[in-house]
Write a protein that binds this ligand. Sequence first.
Ligand SMILES: CCCCC/C=C/C(=O)SCCNC(=O)CCNC(=O)[C@H](O)C(C)(C)COP(=O)(O)OP(=O)(O)OC[C@H]1O[C@@H](n2cnc3c(N)ncnc32)[C@H](O)[C@@H]1OP(=O)(O)O
Ligand SMILES: NC(=O)C1=CN([C@@H]2O[C@H](COP(=O)(O)OP(=O)(O)OC[C@H]3O[C@@H](n4cnc5c(N)ncnc54)[C@H](OP(=O)(O)O)[C@@H]3O)[C@@H](O)[C@H]2O)C=CC1
Length: 288
Amino acid sequence: MADGYRSVFAPGLFDGRLMIVTGGGSGIGRCIAHELASLGAHVAITGRRIERLETVRTEIEDVGGAVSCHAFDIRDEAAVVAAIAEIIAAHGPIFGLVNNAGGQYPSPAEELSVKGWDAVIRNNLTGGFIVSREAYKQSMAEHGGSIVNIIADIWGGMPTMAHSGAARAGMLNLTETTACEWARSGVRVNAVAPGWVASSGFDTYDDAMKAELRRLRDEIPLGRYGNESEVSAAVTFLLTPGAAFISGSCIRVDGAVPNHRHTWTNVPTDRSIAFDGFPLATLPECLR
Ligand SMILES: CCCCC/C=C/C(=O)SCCNC(=O)CCNC(=O)[C@H](O)C(C)(C)COP(=O)(O)OP(=O)(O)OC[C@H]1O[C@@H](n2cnc3c(N)ncnc32)[C@H](O)[C@@H]1OP(=O)(O)O
Ligand SMILES: NC(=O)C1=CN([C@@H]2O[C@H](COP(=O)(O)OP(=O)(O)OC[C@H]3O[C@@H](n4cnc5c(N)ncnc54)[C@H](OP(=O)(O)O)[C@@H]3O)[C@@H](O)[C@H]2O)C=CC1
């Protein structure tokens, strides 16, 4: 058997627990699925493209993990209702839900059609709402659980991302509100806000955006992009009993970007001696 994901969290922490990761067929979601499975969870990965989910299923099974694949669009209400019911029937109550699926396309605000605006709002707000509502109604209202919503760096304007920023800001308030409403059922709801994370998501950018990203890297106080395992560690923490009194919160995983203001002296760009901490989760070969 190949080496599995080496998480910083305790082996067996989630033994037999059901976790759902939307958008688990690529990038950050795939990494989270690997980490949760390495801690003993049964991970139900979802996405629109079944082939990508099957590839991740093989990766996780090859290192001894438990995983199932469920193809549906998070914006399709009937499909979500049916898929959540199917997952629960097969694998038991939902312990954790990670609303990770999402994405957008860049456009100046004045050029956005209402159809395009709606497509992105539905992808990054309505979809997460539908999946959360169904996880709550069909399982967590009775059994409790934990939800983590992946949003983005919304602390300030991001030109060409008005639709996505508005949707993610809505998702943050949905996080805060459902944390209050569903606390009575033993449900915690939190968010993780990634900054610039070098993931498969970057592959969807055109050359102009990639050039822009290289420039942006120099403006990240920690001097580099984040990686998928750093987002996954924050998500995993929020799902653990270590976060039992944390709800309605958001962990930013962004190298301090929203804290950086342009002043007379810029932060140095050479951080070659930056403190490295201790080795965080080590990715298996397939994720490097
Ligand atoms: C807060 C900022 C966050 C910044 C950091 C975030 C980083 C990342 O998210 S990394 C992950 C990146 N991955 C992606 O973003 C890819 C995901 N994108 C998509 O899946 C799609 O683009 C979509 C879901 C956002 C839209 O697809 P869909 O709903 O299937 O929409 P349609 O193709 O039916 O189009 C509807 C409508 O939307 C407009 N539109 C869609 N794509 C584009 C485009 N590339 N350029 C311009 N306009 C687009 C357009 O108006 C479409 O209508 P029609 O023109 O009539 O087709
Ligand atoms: N990478 C980064 O720098 C940042 C990423 N984010 C967010 O983090 C999340 C993960 O991003 P990342 O891994 O980088 O990018 P990816 O594009 O690799 O991941 C997005 C995943 O979501 C799935 N997905 C998208 N739309 C839908 C839908 N309507 N229904 C079901 N599944 C869907 C995709 O699968 P499929 O297409 O097969 O459906 C894909 O697996 C996204 O929400 C992204 O916007 C936020 C801030 C920064």
